[in-house]
Each structure stands twice: as structure tokens, then as C-alpha cells.
Design a protein. Structure first.
Length: 367
């Protein structure tokens, strides 16, 4: 019989040390209902936003991101998955926070009583601790799952100590987040020392054509594309410009490039693309003429170009001639040339600061 999980959990006063706890084994399916994955034909799946969870030994089991399969139902999140077999992945359990598709080598475990994310993560680790029992020749099938027992810390009544499990995971998460905060803070301090502010820099106007080599995209209508894994970049103002994923290729194939829209709703908006992709004819590809392309300089340039957006519109498009002859304001070095080093260091500093703010916010909610 499943023991209820107290909704009014008391604060844990014991030392959060696994070795100081008494442990007992419990039948796993007394606490979870199970449902086997149903995706056994990968050819049916198309690229999309939902994780496809397979029997992998890393990356939370994620194999790909796909669209929902009309023939087979998806699975709700806030549960565990356990790999039935797989190459090095059998017996591994993961916490899954969101809606997903499961291949047929994975089983979903849904708690029969209310459990927090932290308790589910603790269960996941305890299940995975027994992974060595299973493999290709000895899969974790339904029969073996029905008798699977898991070791858990217990309270004074001999029941699973959910309060301890929850606080233990929170403490470990706080330690991990704090280590990232310390690392990020150190990076900010070491990254260029006292970097000048934007207002402290001297700025000059440069023609876009003096800064960039500009290359065209290639017209490719949706009806002529084939679904695949390669991003197709359109003149969008969101989603990093990715209109869809295709298997097609053409002469616009590029990577480590700034794509800038000269048409459409996203006119003048640019996005940096570190990955291999192809571009519509409404998007131009920008490569630096006098400096090696890199993420940080191109992101700075994206914002500099965007400052010119209010000059253009439906009746005055950002066409090739206007694009080439548009001036952008850039910080300069002592010789009056674009200060690429400053641009790179500035964007790195901004990204590290945003990361630090995110981590500090995450730490604040781990209570």
C-alpha cells in the first residue's frame, strides 16, 4: 500500500548525509504507475518542439526534438523515465519536466501520490544506482519492473523519508548553483578588467559595405522543401530567424554568419547563426571583411545595425543598395578603426552578467 506523502512536511533537522540515514528497500511500482513508450517508427516523426526520449545514457535521454505524432499519443511531463534497454543506457532513470514523446525502449513512471520535483529526482538517482543489473541481454522488461525494488532513506516510522529526500536534493542543487555563481563571477572579474562603458568609447560611422562582405540567400518556397534537421532562415523577427527545418541545400549554405533581413516583418533585424543553415532570398548573409567572424563581434554588429531600423519600411525597403550604403555607428580604437577587441569583450561581459543574474535568481528560489 502506498504511504501518503505529508503535505505539511516538517523542516529537516538531521544532517543531510546519506550515510547517516537508515535505508530500506521498497517495491517501485507501489509508488508509481508505469506506461511503456510507443514510438517505434522514427520515420513517422517530423522536427518540432517536443523532446523525443530514448534509451540513451546522457542528455536526459533526449534523442531529438520532434512534432507530436497524430498516430500515437504523447506523454505528460513531471514524471520519471526509465530505460528498458539500450547501449549503455539500460536501467538509467531521468526526471522529465515537460511533455514528450517516448520511444518503445523507455517506460514512463508517474507518481501515485503527490511528489515534488526534488523527490522525483531523488527516486531517479536511487533507481539508476541499480543500472548494472540490466543490459542488452537482460532488459528491464515489464516482468522485471513489476518486482523492481529501490533503496530509500526512511523516517522513524520506517516509511520513505520524503522530507529528507527533498531537502537533500535542494542542498545539492544550491551547492551546484553556487559553484557556477563563483565561476561566473570570477570570469567577469578576469574578463578584461576595467572595461570601458559604451559612453566612454569614441564612436564613428562606417558604411556596412566597408565592414562586411554581403552574400545573398536563395529563393525556396515552402512547397518545394523537404522536412529535415537543417534550419531554413527566413525574414522573421523571432525564433532566431528559423522558419522551419529542412533537408534541402543550396548555394546559400553557411554557418558562423550574421543573417540580416532586408524584407518582411523582420526588416533590418539580424540573427547570429553558429550552425549550418540555408537562407531565403529575403535574408542577406554578412561576413566581416577585416576581422575573423566570431559570435561576440557579430552579436555586437547585429545590435549596431538594428539601430537603423526606423529608417526603413514597406515603402522603403532595406534593399541591397541601401544596405551597402547605410552607415552604422561603431566604437573605434586609437587609430580610428572599428575596435573589434572591445566589441568582443563587451558582449562576453554582457553574456556573463546575464548568466550571473540568472544563477542568482535560481539560487533565490531554491528554498
Amino acid at each position: 500500500m502506498v504511504k501518503g506523502i505529508c503535505s505539511d512536511r516538517k523542516a529537516v533537522t538531521v544532517m543531510l548525509d546519506l550515510h547517516d540515514r537508515e535505508w530500506k528497500d521498497f517495491r517501485l511500482l507501489d509508488y508509481f504507475r508505469h506506461e511503456k513508450g510507443n514510438q517505434n517508427n522514427m520515420a513517422e516523426l517530423r522536427p518540432g518542439a517536443f523532446p523525443l526520449v530514448s534509451a540513451r545514457n546522457a542528455n536526459n535521454g533526449y534523442k531529438d526534438f520532434v512534432s507530436e505524432n497524430e498516430k500515437k499519443h504523447s506523454f505528460e511531463g513531471f514524471c520519471l523515465t526509465i530505460n528498458n534497454d539500450g547501449d549503455g543506457g539500460a536501467g538509467i532513470s531521468y526526471y522529465q519536466p515537460c511533455k514528450m514523446l517516448l520511444d518503445s525502449h523507455v517506460t514512463a513512471l508517474y507518481p501515485k501520490a503527490s511528489m515534488t520535483e526534488e523527490i522525483l529526482k531523488f527516486f531517479s538517482a536511487c533507481i539508476t544506482a541499480q543500472r548494472e543489473k540490466f543490459g542488452h541481454g537482460y532488459p528491464l522488461n515489464n516482468t522485471r519492473l513489476s518486482v523492481f525494488r529501490v533503496m530509500l532513506p526512511v523516517d522513524e516510522s520506517g516509511n520513505p523519508d520524503y522530507a529528507f529526500m527533498e531537502q537533500y536534493i535542494k542542498e545539492r542543487e544550491r551547492q551546484i548553483v553556487q559553484s557556477y555563481i563563483d565561476y561566473t563571477s570570477e570570469n567577469i572579474q578576469m574578463g578584461g578588467g576595467a572595461l570601458p562603458t559604451l559612453n566612454e568609447k569614441e564612436w564613428k560611422s562606417f558604411l556596412i559595405s566597408d565592414i562586411f562582405d554581403i552574400f545573398p540567400g536563395k529563393r525556396l518556397v515552402a512547397a518545394d522543401t523537404t522536412a529535415g534537421n537543417r534550419p531554413f532562415i527566413g525574414a522573421l523577427d523571432n525564433n532566431n530567424g528559423v522558419a522551419r527545418f529542412v533537408s534541402d541545400t543550396n548555394e546559400s549554405l553557411d554557418k558562423n554568419v550574421l543573417g540580416v533581413n532586408y524584407n518582411g516583418n523582420g526588416m533590418v533585424i539580424g540573427f547570429y547563426h553558429p550552425y549550418e543553415c540555408i537562407f531565403s532570398d529575403d535574408v542577406k548573409r554578412f561576413h566581416l571583411k577585416h576581422h575573423e567572424d566570431n559570435e561576440f563581434v557579430l552579436l555586437f554588429m547585429k545590435v549596431a545595425i538594428l539601430q537603423q531600423k526606423n529608417k526603413f519600411g514597406y515603402l522603403y525597403k532595406f534593399n541591397s543598395e541601401r544596405m551597402a550604403n547605410t552607415g552604422v555607428m561603431l566604437p573605434v580604437d586609437e587609430s580610428g578603426n572599428p575596435d573589434y577587441t572591445f566589441m568582443e569583450q563587451y558582449v562576453k561581459r554582457v553574456k556573463e552578467t546575464i548568466k550571473l543574474q540568472y544563477l542568482q535568481g535560481k539560487m533565490a528560489v531554491i528554498v
